[in-house]
Design a protein around this ligand. Structure first.
Ligand SMILES: Cc1ncc(COP(=O)(O)O)c(C=O)c1O
Length: 386
């Protein structure tokens, strides 16, 4: 083991997988030639057409937005729920899932997640609905793990409650596969289809994507058939449009998506085997849900046997200058700002996850030297535990 860590560079947790300026140049040239830099220009429309083709739906079933957080907020606004509606979401998620609900004027109701796939499942949502009033459900595709949309469509039919999937990390993994549903993706630089900043709303709900598009353009009416003067305000929107610059990055990323996703999957498989081998039994990985597994993983997040083992690995990584992250921790109800705005149910599985999960470095370009340092750190954590 190399004892001289002080002189080593930190191993980062993530390194964005963004197209180079050279690769972007043809799209940027097109943008500049058209003198169209935002406001649903040619590149945004081309990107939306590409998405429509991939999701096998008409372009009016989707819209780009400036990020997933605003995408979620605007979808909630477009659903026209009564102010103060209760929106069920998992306690184990990124803060933006909950802040979008609060900013849309509603109350997050935090629920538990499945102990194996780490998702809020339709059965868990049904159980939550039998305990308290719920007006809408916002499940999260945790770390990109896709949801079973047939099952959520059935849930919507049985309960009458609208369901919106926060699929921020799940581009390329979460599809509708013929089901009805609403999905919100992030195109942030750390996600599987990076555009720098960006988001995508996909919905089979009649008129929903068009409504979100209008809300993302201040709420201005651009429809001559709407019975309102063109350019007048139809509803209280915001500015959440995707710029042509971001669409250029999205189009360039889309061109290499399959190849990069394949490399990410292969790397994840290799690293999981490696970590398992060095750690030995007791380490657990996120299990696939009933709809399969991630197609383009962006994190490596093992679950340690207990909090002491997690702390030992964290400390060994820190000593070896390897960045780690307690993803989605503390839980939402443990953050003061959210606590006063949320309701929550019993969340034993989420609490157990919060004590034992640890994000490890994961990015294309992780070097052999960095992988060896991670192996050493895991080994040293195991020794310190015994
Ligand atoms: C579950 C979840 N929801 C929402 C977001 C927010 O996405 P964006 O950065 O595009 O606003 C993220 C970002 O990491 C996320 O992980």
């Amino acid at each position: 083991m190399n004892g001289d860590h002080a002189s080593q560079e930190w191993v980062p947790l993530l390194v964005p997988d963004m197209p180079s300026p050279q690769v972007l140049m043809p799209w940027l040239e097109r943008m500049h030639a058209a003198r169209h830099y935002s406001n649903f220009g040619p590149l945004v429309r081309e990107l939306e057409s590409e998405f429509a083709r991939r999701f096998d739906m008409p372009t009016d079933g989707l819209t780009t937005v400036s990020n997933a957080t605003l995408g979620l907020e605007l979808v909630l606004q477009a659903l026209d729920l009564a102010p103060g509606s209760r929106v069920l979401l998992p306690a184990f998620t990124f803060v933006a899932t909950a802040t979008a609900v609060v900013r849309a004027g509603h109350v997050p109701v935090l629920a538990d997640v499945d102990p194996d796939c780490w998702l809020l499942t339709p059965d868990m949502a049904r159980a939550a609905c039998s305990l308290t009033r719920v007006d809408a459900v916002l499940p999260v595709a945790t770390f990109g793990m896709p949801h079973d949309m047939q099952a959520w469509q059935q849930f919507e039919q049985d309960t009458g409650l609208p369901v919106v999937i926060d699929a921020a990390a799940a581009y390329g993994s979460q599809w509708l596969r013929g089901a009805q549903g609403t999905l919100v993706f992030s195109l942030h630089t750390t996600k599987s289809l990076p555009a720098g900043e960006g988001g995508l709303v996909v919905s089979t709900r009649p008129g929903l994507a068009a409504r979100v598009r209008q809300l993302s353009n201040f709420g201005i009416n651009l429809d001559p058939r709407a019975g309102l003067p063109l350019g007048s305000l139809a509803s209280m929107g915001t500015n959440a449009k995707m710029s042509e610059y971001h669409a250029a990055i999205g189009l360039a990323s889309l061109q290499v998506w399959e190849a990069h996703a394949g490399r990410r999957l292969a790397l994840q498989n290799d690293l999981m085997l490696e970590v398992d081998q060095v750690f030995g039994p007791g380490l657990v990985w996120q299990a696939p849900g009933t709809s399969g597994f991630q197609m383009a993983p962006t994190v490596l997040c093992p679950r340690l046997p207990d909090a002491a083992a997690r702390l030992a690995l964290e400390q060994a990584c820190q000593a070896a200058r390897i960045t780690t992250r307690r993803w989605y921790q503390p839980l939402l109800q443990e953050m003061g700002v959210l606590r006063q705005r949320c309701m929550w149910l019993q969340t034993p599985n989420a609490q157990a996850l919060a004590q034992t999960l640890l994000g490890l470095p994961f990015f294309l370009g992780l070097t052999l030297g960095q992988r060896l340092r991670l192996r050493d750190a895991i080994q040293s954590a195991r020794c310190s535990e015994h």
